[in-house]
Design a protein around this ligand. Structure first.
Ligand code: IPM
Ligand code: MG
Length: 363
């Protein structure tokens, strides 16, 4: 096997991000020792940590490092201490800038129910058993970035808050292509979700998805669904879904709902992909959980599984990604649990012990 070399930018961020990233480093160490891969790591700050260090949540030098790497592994951003900071300096703004600058337009959010964790879901086991949904969320457009935006003083004691939902055909098509392509490798079904009944941008979304499907992907099953119905169907009968493609804001909301079906936000990774040759960004779906930060209670598996996605989608090391995912399954089956997924009869471990157990399983 030839030695492969990769450059990663590691952005631990805020809250439990740094603790989880320490465990990712153990996995990187294992890959170097056992799998003949080598990694050059550039570590830097994002979010509140970057605000404290650079005065902004994503410094230009950090962005340059990200551009020059094969993949970016992020922890999480945010915390109450930055609640009163200006919008464009808030921790979240750093993440939004990274997504936008690298044009990481396709956000892949798998919602997978691990058999061993089935009782952790708030839904009945027969509803969520074997669930495997992939949400493809558009990530660089829509109301998150649309202009005009702002809060305006109307001078009569009233103010007006404005955001703009806007999509152009190329944005809909490129995220649509990602969703259809992925569906072909899975269950061959795509649900495209919008609010075409009330929004012009939703009507365009539906028309462009229909045209793209007809032109390039007529072998894939396509269904259109209103986003509110999709939220309801996710709770009613989630196994009808394979791939869901939707806009930035609906994707934010629907992916949280789908994540909770699995009962384990601490287990869910995500990938944000742009054009070929651009570094992908890999981050857990969960937030920075400041309430448990620094206590060894965090579940590092979502961040580790995000790194596995990086191996698969950015580094062409699918075999190693498989090994990591299988080791995680095995740990869960053995009942090794961080507090967030603890259950009767299982063994509770802390963040670092979970990382160690995973390395042991991998070895
Ligand atoms: C997410 C988060 C972000 C978003 C925040 C942190 C800006 O909720 O990744 O889902 O709204 O996109
Ligand atoms: Mg969100």
């Amino acid at each position: 096997m030839s030695n492969k070399e990769f450059t990663l930018t590691i952005l631990p961020g805020d809250g439990i991000g740094p603790e989880a990233m320490t465990e990712v480093r153990k996995v990187i160490g294992w890959l170097e020792d056992s799998e003949d891969l080598s990694f050059t790591l550039h570590e830097d700050d994002i979010g509140g940590a970057a605000y404290e260090r650079y005065g902004e949540p994503l410094a230009d030098e950090t962005l340059d490092k990200c551009r020059a790497s094969d993949a970016i592994i992020m922890g999480s951003v945010g915390g109450q201490q930055w609640d009163n900071v200006d919008y464009n300096k808030r921790p979240e703004a750093g993440l939004l800038k990274l997504r936008k600058e690298l044009q990481l337009f396709a956000n892949l959010r798998p919602a997978l129910v691990f058999d061993a964790l089935i009782d952790a879901s708030t839904l009945k086991p027969e509803i969520v058993k074997g669930l495997d949904i992939l949400i493809v969320r558009e990530l660089t457009g829509g109301v998150y970035f649309g202009e005009p935006r702002g809060i305006e003083d109307l001078g009569n004691g009233q103010r007006r808050g404005v955001n703009t939902q806007v999509y152009e055909t190329y944005e809909i098509e490129r995220v649509g292509r990602v969703a259809f392509d992925l569906a072909r490798k899975r269950g061959n079904k795509v649900h495209s979700c919008e609010k075409a009944n009330v929004m012009e941008s939703g009507k365009l979304w539906r028309e462009d998805m229909t045209a793209l499907h007809k032109a390039e992907f007529s072998d894939v099953n396509l269904e259109h669904m209103y986003a509110d119905n999709c939220a309801m169907q996710l709770l009613r009968n989630p196994s009808q879904f394979d791939v869901i493609v939707t806009d930035n804001l609906f994707g934010d909301i629907l992916s949280d709902a789908a994540a909770m079906l699995t009962g384990s936000l601490g287990m869910l990774p995500s990938a944000s992909l742009g054009a070929k040759g651009v570094a992908g960004l890999y981050e857990p779906v969960h937030g920075s959980a400041p309430d448990i930060a620094g206590q060894g209670k965090a579940n590092p598996l979502a961040t580790i599984l995000s790194f596995a996605m990086a191996l698969r989608y950015s580094l062409d090391c699918g075999a190693q990604a498989d090994k990591i995912e299988q080791a995680v399954q095995a740990l869960l089956t053995k009942g090794i649990r961080t507090p967030d997924i603890m259950a009767n009869g299982c063994t509770e471990v802390n963040t670092s012990q979970m990382g160690d157990a995973l390395i042991k399983e991998l070895s």
